[in-house]
Design a protein around this ligand. Structure first.
Ligand SMILES: NC(=O)c1ccc[n+]([C@@H]2O[C@H](COP(=O)([O-])OP(=O)(O)OC[C@H]3O[C@@H](n4cnc5c(N)ncnc54)[C@H](OP(=O)(O)O)[C@@H]3O)[C@@H](O)[C@H]2O)c1
Length: 316
């Protein structure tokens, strides 16, 4: 069932990407690839899912699923119809990400979701840069699902160098996102060009040597560092309305410093390095009250481990 639901979610996300405003509700048949705005229809195949964006309906039919979007990371379940608990959990985990392109359109800047697989002491790699794999297989699948739900996946130049990633969705079904690398220094993009023909965009503050299959965008920067809002506005203009920021530490920390991350996902791997590369690196604070706070957060099961998911207030 979850595989069919997953395909329905991918279909819904694509449909939503053409919406410019939030409707009152939509009626979605995940198994029949149909979605109707502000209109109910009967599906020959159950389940029929109603997603309400503004208010809860006054009457609910027992065999229908009704969800209320709180313009946040979670849906309130008003009715679960005949769906099993595991399907409801799956919907709750991935459905919200279908709708964030609408927020990006309002801002004219890409919506950002950052992810790290980190040890219990907050490390994302050993001192030598080794990180394969912190976390479990289920987290790898999760990351690939998130890639499929975003228009773009973004990494820093050092992650390209150390990890030689493909940045595709090969562990799940779905479409590959555009691949984005931040950084000015010369890089070898062959791990990306050989993996797929999907677009590769390099954003940096300096001209880069011409590389076939790689589009380069040069933005003005202060001391070589691009402001995150500039990057996200540039991505929006390139048609990347939702972006999955997969690190490393310098890249994600720069986004957090600039108040430019919407959702932070931290997969907690039951390991301790006691040394190594700290995932989030920010200027020192003196008092606990100066810490970054989340407007909403929860823990989500990832196989036999947990992932922290928190919503941050973006600086406009
Ligand atoms: N466990 C995990 O989830 C995970 C995920 C990803 C990576 N990693 C690990 O993280 C390590 C790499 O992380 P890292 O912190 O060393 O480097 P990184 O963040 O991957 O890359 C840093 C580089 O990206 C460019 N960059 C980032 N932000 C920029 C900005 N705002 N403006 C301009 N350029 C910007 C700069 O490139 P230039 O110097 O060329 O200007 C910078 O030196 C690797 O060991 C990798 O295995 C772990």
């Amino acid at each position: 069932m979850n595989q069919q639901l997953w395909e329905g979610i991918c279909y819904l996300r694509k449909e939503v990407s053409s919406w410019n405003t939030i409707p009152d509700f939509c009626c979605w048949s995940p198994l029949e690839n149909k979605v109707y705005l502000n209109e109910a229809f009967s599906a020959s195949t159950q389940p029929l899912v109603f997603i309400h964006f503004k208010t809860a309906p006054s009457t609910l039919q027992a065999d229908e699923v009704h969800l209320l979007w709180q313009n946040d990371l979670q849906f309130q379940i008003l009715a679960k119809g005949n769906l099993e608990d595991s399907a409801i959990t799956f919907l709750q985990a991935y459905l919200p990400y279908c709708f964030f392109s609408i927020i990006a359109k309002k801002r004219k800047s890409a919506f950002t979701i950052a992810h790290f697989a980190q040890t219990l002491d907050g490390k994302i790699a050993t001192e030598s840069g080794h990180s394969k794999w912190i976390g479990n297989e289920e987290n790898l699948k999760h990351a690939h699902r998130m890639r499929a739900l975003c228009d773009g996946i973004l990494i820093g130049r050092s992650t390209l160098h150390y990890d030689r990633p493909k940045l595709t969705v090969r562990h799940v079904s779905g479409e590959n996102p555009s691949r984005i690398v931040l950084g000015a220094k010369a890089s070898d993009y062959s791990c990306l060009t050989e993996a797929s023909d999907d677009p590769i965009l390099v954003i940096s503050s300096q001209d880069a040597p011409h590389c076939e299959k790689v589009k380069h965008v040069n933005l003005p920067a202060a001391n070589g560092r691009l402001h995150s809002n500039q990057i996200l506005e540039c991505l929006y203009e390139q048609g990347v309305h939702t972006v999955y920021v997969e690190g490393g530490a310098v890249t994600t920390s720069n986004f957090i410093k600039d108040g430019a991350i919407d959702v932070l996902q931290l997969h907690l791997s039951p390991q301790i390095f006691g040394s190594g590369r700290q995932g989030i690196q920010l200027p020192h604070i003196k008092e606990v009250q100066e810490s970054i706070q989340f407007s909403n957060f929860f823990f989500q099961a990832v196989g036999n481990t947990q992932m922290f998911v928190g919503h941050l207030k973006r600086e406009e």
